[in-house]
Write a protein that binds this ligand. Sequence first.
Ligand SMILES: [Zn+2]
Length: 475
Amino acid sequence: MALKLFNTLSRSVQEFTPLDPAGKSVGMYCCGPTVYDYAHIGNWRTFVFADLVRRTLEFSGYGVKHVMNITDVEDKIIKRVRENKTTLREFTGKFEAAFLDDLKMLGCREPHEKPRATEHIPEIIELIEKLVARGVAYKAADGSVYFSIDKYRGCGCNYGQLLKLNLDEMRAGERVASDEYEKESVADFALWKARVPDDGDVFWPSPFGEGRPGWHIECSAMSIKALGETFDLHLGGEDLKFPHHEDEIAQSEGATGKTFVKYWLHGAHLLVEGKKMSKSLGNYFTLRDLQAKGFTGREVRYLLLSAHYRETFNFTLDGLNGARSALARIDECIKKLREVAAQLNPESETQINNGEVPFLKERVLVALQNDLNISEVWARVFEWVRYVNRLLVTNQIRPENALYALRDWDETDFVLGIGVKSENEIPAEIQTLAEARTAAKQARDFKKSDAIRDELKAKGWVIEDTPKGIKLKKI
Ligand SMILES: [Zn+2]
């Protein structure tokens, strides 16, 4: 069965065919975090969705190049840098590191490339120059460079590919300088923002004068650099359809004259406890907030993966308790299978066979290939758990079947990424301390590395250096 996905461009479920003539490699870009704060659970829904798309492609046999940008310069960041009286790099570096830690805690595979906007200023300037040369961008009296929607449409290009826009009400040349704006205000948007006093020392020289890039052009420049002028998949939350993604299309197609992206995938919104998330309602959660309440990244991942990506999802703390119970059922089943498999005589490995255990991996793959039908995936998983449990209770499962079932589970988990709770799970805090000790040792700061070793000991863990790296053991 071929993979089918809902393409926002065609508003329909389409069979996925990569641009690669050999049909093997896939380029995938997902708009990354704007690193001005900790990512919230609504953001995480999008990143876990992107991880599922990537894993499904890999599970289907494709080689994926996954690119996720880091927006480390835009309106909100500059405001916070000013308020915190810090430097851009110091401020964004902290939130970028926190984001990548959280991504790991949620079991997401790390993107192959994570380009930062501030490290792509020459590419951004080059793209703007192309747009100016093609007559679809212009420098305004305020010194900024804007994209002209009128000129772009005048070239026969289509503005409003991802959603219907009322372009008749648009007044030619009306401009919007901020990165985020409403659908009603379709207007020429900023590609390069001329330096203003509030920007502090956040500015770069350019042929248009000192300034900084707009948010939308950052993604066009970095995705083209990493994946080429036309690539397979572009993902993001549905709130990014307009203006961000529509503007990305206009900038990229306006500069290259080629189709920018073949398939656009958008994840739906998330509500928390039935309401739009907001700090004032007390239903605003970062991953760290949920961890402080005792939930694990694995439980959050499971809950975020329980709903179809195109459905609005109501995230609740009750749901997280449900995720904990569901995962415990899987863990218990796998634990018992391991006990039975442990009785296998190593020489009889050749006898491994399916026997009475139903095959899980193929069923999960078929469900995922149907536009990521995740509810069917979980239905299949728990059908399998129930079946295996029945066999276990009645002692009807032989060690070779148990081993077979465990392998089937491991291969299935390649796409689910929920793993199995390990008896010797190392808490994230201990892992982080161990990594800090290795870094200190490498930097020959032995005083620090010894202090961290003592701290680990006080927390009940010993660290051993082995030829294969460090080993952590509970005292
Ligand atoms: Zn983007």
